[in-house]
Write a protein that binds this ligand. Structure first.
Ligand SMILES: [Zn+2]
Length: 350
C-alpha cells in the first residue's frame, strides 16, 4: 500500500488530498478515518446547505446526502457559490451532487430533489451520524428538531437574514430548538432573506461555523452548547447560553407534535410571490408529455428535471413528482385551482 494511503473500513483512501487536515493535531489520521466513516444528511441546499456540503465534501466526510425541493434562480448566485449562471433553472440537489462529485470522487454523495415533510423526514435522517440544517424556514426546522430527537441524532441549526446569523448544536438530551423558539411565529411576522435581503458574506460565515462544528463532532464526538450569534456588519460574534425549558414538548416530554401534522397541500413561499402546491395523490409525471399538452396554452420551457410553464402573470415550475411552485401569486386558493387546471387534470387523464 502506498504510504500516502490508509484503510478505513474496506476503502483505501488517498491521504494526499487531506494532508493539510491530517496535520492538524485536532484531527490527525484517526480523525480523518472517523470523517470517512461518517454519514451526514444536509437538509436544504441554499446558501447554507450548499456551502456546508462543499466544506464536508472537501473534508472527506464519507457519505453525504443533500435534500432540497427547489431550483436555482439567478438571485441565488449572489451568495450560493456552488452554482453558476449555467445552472439557473436546474434543481439544487441534483446540481450540487454533480458539482460535489467533481470535487471529491472518493466519497459517496447523493442529491435528492424532495420537499421535507412529516411523512419523509425520518427516512432521510435515519442512521445518519449527524444532520445539518440548510433550510430557510422554521416549519422544516421544527420537523428536524422532532425527528432528530426521536431518532437520537444530533443536528446543527443555522439561520441567516440580512446581516444577522445564528447557529446552535442540538443534542438529543437538549436543550433543543423548541427551548429557543417554543412556537413557530406567524409567517409574515418574521423577516426572511426574500423580504429584507441578505449580506452575501453572512451565509459563508454561518455555514463555516456549522461545518466546523460538524467536523469537530465527527472527529471527537463532542458538541459545544450555546447559541452562537453573529452580526457580520457590526463585527459582533457572541455565544448565548440556552436553558432547557422544563416543559419542552420535544427534548423533555418527547412528544413530537410536528411529526403528526400532515403537510398542507399548498404553502406560501414567503417573500417570493409564489405558492408551492403538493400533489394530492402519488404522481409520476412525464414532463415531456405534459409540456406537449401545455404548449398550446402558454409558453413552455424544459430543463432536464423541471418543466417551466408561463401563462398570463404566472410561471409554474413543475417537478416529475407532481409538485409545482407557482410564481405570480400569494393566494393559496388561486394556486390550488391553477394547479388543478394545468397539472392535476392532466395527471388524472393519464
Ligand atoms: Zn427542548
Amino acid at each position: 500500500m502506498n504510504q500516502n494511503s490508509y484503510i478505513s473500513g474496506r476503502a483505501t483512501i488517498s491521504m494526499d488530498r487531506y494532508v493539510r487536515q491530517v496535520l492538524l493535531s485536532q484531527i490527525g489520521e484517526e480523525g480523518q478515518r472517523a470523517l470517512h466513516d461518517s454519514s451526514v444528511a444536509i437538509i436544504g441546499c441554499g446558501a447554507l446547505g450548499s456551502s456546508i456540503a462543499e466544506h464536508l465534501t472537501r473534508a472527506g466526510v464519507g457519505t453525504i446526502l443533500v435534500v432540497d425541493r427547489d431550483f436555482i434562480e439567478l438571485s441565488n448566485l449572489q451568495r450560493q457559490h456552488l452554482f453558476t449562471e449555467m445552472d439557473v433553472g436546474e434543481p439544487k440537489a441534483e446540481t450540487a451532487e454533480t458539482k460535489l462529485k467533481a470535487i471529491n470522487s472518493d466519497i459517496s454523495i447523493t442529491g435528492i430533489v424532495d420537499d421535507i415533510t412529516s411523512r419523509n423526514v425520518e427516512h432521510y435522517i435515519q442512521d445518519r451520524t449527524l444532520v445539518l440544517d440548510g433550510t430557510d424556514n422554521l416549519d422544516v426546522r421544527f420537523l428536524l428538531n422532532d425527528a432528530c430527537n426521536k431518532n437520537k441524532i444530533p443536528w446543527i441549526f443555522g439561520a441567516c437574514v440580512a446581516v444577522h446569523g445564528m447557529s446552535m448544536n442540538i443534542q438529543p438530551e437538549g436543550p433543543c430548538l423548541r427551548c429557543l423558539f417554543p412556537q413557530i411565529p406567524p409567517r409574515d411576522s418574521i423577516p426572511t432573506c426574500d423580504t429584507v435581503g441578505i449580506m452575501n458574506t453572512l451565509p459563508t460565515i454561518v455555514s463555516s461555523i456549522q461545518s466546523t462544528e460538524a467536523i469537530k463532532y465527527l472527529v471527537s464526538g463532542q458538541l459545544d452548547s450555546g447559541l452562537l450569534v453573529v452580526d457580520v456588519w457590526e463585527r459582533d460574534v457572541r455565544t448565548i447560553d440556552v436553558s432547557q425549558r422544563k416543559n419542552c414538548p420535544c427534548c423533555v416530554d418527547h412528544i413530537y407534535e410536528s411529526l403528526d401534522v400532515r403537510a398542507p397541500s399548498a404553502t406560501i413561499l414567503c417573500g417570493r410571490d409564489a405558492v408551492q402546491v403538493r400533489p394530492p395523490f402519488e404522481m409520476s409525471l412525464s414532463l415531456d408529455s405534459l409540456a406537449e399538452s401545455l404548449s398550446s396554452r402558454g409558453f413552455v420551457k424544459r430543463t432536464p428535471h423541471i418543466l417551466f410553464f408561463t401563462r398570463d402573470t404566472q410561471t409554474f415550475s413543475i417537478f416529475s413528482d407532481g409538485r409545482a411552485i407557482i410564481k405570480g401569486t400569494n393566494d393559496v386558493k388561486e394556486a390550488q385551482s391553477l394547479y388543478e387546471e394545468y397539472v392535476e387534470k392532466y395527471a388524472k387523464e393519464k
